[in-house]
Design a binder for this molecule. Structure first.
Ligand code: HMG
Ligand code: MG
Length: 302
């Protein structure tokens, strides 16, 4: 484990607010408001914005207009605008909306897999294989997610070995990176460290990311643990937007502003401008009429 003077010098932040955040909002934003959010985020220095989700509109109506959103945003050349795709149908829709990258999402928990995508883990891998095959032909990068890596809302404890197996399977199938999802934010640093040490015994840190929901206020502590283990890609959500519709009670990811504040003050480079991001966080919180979940955002805009 590294001490604080030996952490990665540069970190990738994957902004998931427009997807992980907005998929859980009770009153869905209009297409124009979503486009405005992504366009504003594009001006903060972020290089990857997960911008929508091509899932069944019956399952997640909030994401139903993702094709229009992706078509209407003002794209910047150096930014990856990605979208979730649970199956080939979703992949085809994402491709025709010009998603720069797609993400498939598996789970380390059988019960969560059924609740979230209506199939077993093994069946989901078969579906994802066809997405990966087509994406490879189309030269579209595929990111993988594994949910419930530190606990499941239905099964409780999840074994680190189960997380390792599904992560390896996604990487071997061709995902460029797997984001490890603490879907309900129950993880704590010791458990996170033990999980990462198992994974990193056979997987390079450059192939892993952390996706920490902050339900129990543990996200930043888990991210710091990730940094100390050599991880340098982290998902975050502007103003802490979000949750998961199939994980009751789960709150959003770590607020991007809070992550950035910590990284900036530890001299870790991200390329993202905190003050611009704080403005975006304040504006989307106001638009959604919700409390800004970013502590840094609330403190610095007070
Ligand atoms: P199903 O009902 O088993 O699917 O759902 P189906 O293949 O039987 O199709 C049923 C209907 O859905 C059909 O339409 C299909 O055409 C349509 P109908 O004939 O009834 O009119 N359909 C689609 N429509 C649009 N786009 C598609 C699509 N696929 C089928 N891609 C399915 C299976 C996977 C589609 C469904 O379960 C689903 O959409 N699940 C998504 C749930 C979801 O989005 N969850 C949140 C994202 S995951 C997450 O938040 C976790 C993460 O953040 C990491 C973490 O925090 O851990 C990533
Ligand atoms: Mg999530």
């Amino acid at each position: 484990m590294r001490d604080y003077t030996d952490l990665p010098q540069k970190v990738n932040i994957i902004e998931v607010g427009p997807r992980d955040g907005l998929q859980n909002e009770k009153s869905p934003l209009t297409i124009e408001d979503k486009v405005d959010l992504i366009d504003r985020l594009s001006k903060t220095g972020l290089q990857h914005i997960e911008s929508g989700s091509f899932v069944s509109p019956k399952w997640v109506p909030q994401m139903a207009n993702s094709d229009q959103v992706l078509k209407q945003i003002k794209r910047k050349k150096n930014i990856t605008y990605s979208a979730l795709t649970p199956n080939l149908k979703g992949y085809h829709l994402a491709k025709s909306a010009n998603a720069d990258a797609v993400a498939i999402f598996a789970s380390a928990s059988e019960s969560f897999s059924h609740k979230n995508i209506n199939c077993s883990i093994a069946e989901s891998l078969k579906r994802f294989e066809s997405v990966l095959n087509e994406a490879k032909r189309d030269n579209i990068p595929v990111r993988g997610y594994v949910s419930c890596v530190l606990g499941c809302p239905y099964e409780g404890e999840i074994s680190a070995q189960a997380v390792f197996d599904i992560t390896q399977a996604l990487l071997q199938m061709g995902c460029y990176e797997v984001s490890l999802g603490d879907t309900i934010g129950v993880g704590t640093p010791l458990k996170c460290k033990q999980l990462l040490q198992l994974l990193l015994s056979q997987i390079d840190a450059s192939r892993l990311a952390l996706h920490c929901h902050d339900t129990y206020g543990q996200a930043l502590a888990n991210i710091l643990t990730g940094l100390q283990e050599g991880i340098f890609s982290f998902d975050a959500s502007v103003s802490g937007l979000g949750g998961c519709p199939y994980a009751k009670g789960a709150s959003g990811n770590i607020a991007t502003e809070d992550l950035l504040y910590m990284l900036n003050n530890m001299n870790i480079e991200t390329g993202v401008d905190l003050s611009s991001l704080i403005k975006v966080g304040a504006s989307i919180s106001h638009k959604l009429n919700r409390k800004n979940q970013s502590k840094v955002g609330a403190a610095l805009s007070a």
